[in-house]
Design a protein around this ligand. Structure first.
Ligand SMILES: C[S@@+](CC[C@H](N)C(=O)[O-])C[C@H]1O[C@@H](n2cnc3c(N)ncnc32)[C@H](O)[C@@H]1O
Length: 302
């Protein structure tokens, strides 16, 4: 799947591509090797530093940008870039973030309950702030909405009762509580869904993605390609609906005398169906199990 995803962006010498989720720099490296110039965005300073070192051999063709990707227009305009030939988004946390206990993303490792992707932003609330201060209804809502957790209310109630005696500080305190109150279902750890939901809420992932999807048709040059890799159904649904909204030339409604031109028409879908990982890819990298890739192309402006 990574091969197909990189190939879909058609990287080549002279092309300018933004990798909005630089992470460890693996995808960007492939784009640079194909000759493209790459702006690598990440809101995590550690990722920027690590990838900058890894990619130093590409010199000025790699430009790191320490920013949330919803700042894409501002950041690229500041650097004199008007249009891009390609944009890549590989959503979620990186394995480096997941494996670092001090970042608090993993329910398997003891660490502070943090989960901010930009750990240097003191204005952001951490996961501990959320579980220690939010009302039970609000916690239940995000567990259900962002984690599709069936036991959302029960978990939220137990959190509120536990924290009145022991405010949560660490990942394992929360994971252990969930393990005690939720029956084990299937091979997944019972805390998987709640941890996903808290990460999405802490980093405002849904609103950031929505805002960025709105900016991309302006940033992509004519014929520019956009590839988005998602890992859960909420994100995938948002991307699918965005691509659908922007790939219909005409809109129709039963109350209209005739179809009208769609003001959001901007994309051609390169593939109707998302790319999915092969069995072999899942075997080598089990985290890829729920990955989907959608690819669109910016239509020429009239
Ligand atoms: C799944 S990893 C990307 C892995 C990367 N494709 C690679 O080859 O190593 C996602 C990365 O995107 C970053 N990220 C997620 N949401 C972001 C956002 N809204 N703005 C900037 N960076 C973001 C995370 O900090 C993380 O480093």
């Amino acid at each position: 799947m990574p091969d197909e995803c990189i190939a879909a962006l058609q990287p080549a010498e002279g092309k300018v591509i933004a990798d909005l989720t630089l992470g460890g720099g693996g995808h960007t490296e492939r784009l640079l090797e194909a000759g493209a110039t790459v702006y690598g965005f990440d809101q995590d300073l550690e990722a920027i530093q690590f990838a900058s070192e890894r990619l130093a051999r590409f010199g000025s063709r790699f430009i790191p940008v320490h920013s949330n990707f919803c700042g894409i227009e501002r950041e690229l305009t500041l650097r004199g870039v008007e249009h891009l030939d390609g944009v890549l988004i590989d959503l979620g946390v990186s394995s480096r973030q997941l494996d670092a206990p001090e970042r608090g993303f993993s329910f398997m490792r003891e660490g502070p309950l943090d989960m901010r992707m930009d750990a240097n932003d003191p204005t952001m609330q951490t996961a501990a702030d959320l579980v220690n201060t939010w009302e039970a209804e609000e916690l239940a809502r995000i567990f259900f909405q962002y984690g599709e957790e069936k036991f959302s209310r029960k978990i939220a109630r137990e959190i509120v009762s536990y924290r009145s005696l022991h405010p949560f500080q660490t990942t394992l305190e929360l994971a252990d509580l969930i393990e005690r109150v939720v029956p084990k279902r299937g091979p997944k750890h019972p805390a998987t869904r709640v941890f996903q939901a808290l990460r999405i809420a802490v980093n405002h992932e849904m609103s950031v993605l929505e805002q960025t999807l709105d900016a991309l048709p302006r940033m992509l040059g004519d014929g520019g390609r956009l590839a988005i890799i998602t890992f859960h159904s909420l994100e995938d649904r948002m991307v699918k609906l965005d691509f659908r909204k922007r790939s219909q030339e005409m809109l129709d409604h039963e109350s209209w005398p005739e179809p009208r031109p769609n003001p959001d028409y901007a994309y051609r879908l390169v593939k109707r169906k998302p790319l999915l990982p092969t069995d072999e890819e899942i075997r080598v990298n089990p985290r890829s199990r729920s990955a989907k890739v959608r690819v669109a192309e910016r239509l020429p402006r009239k």
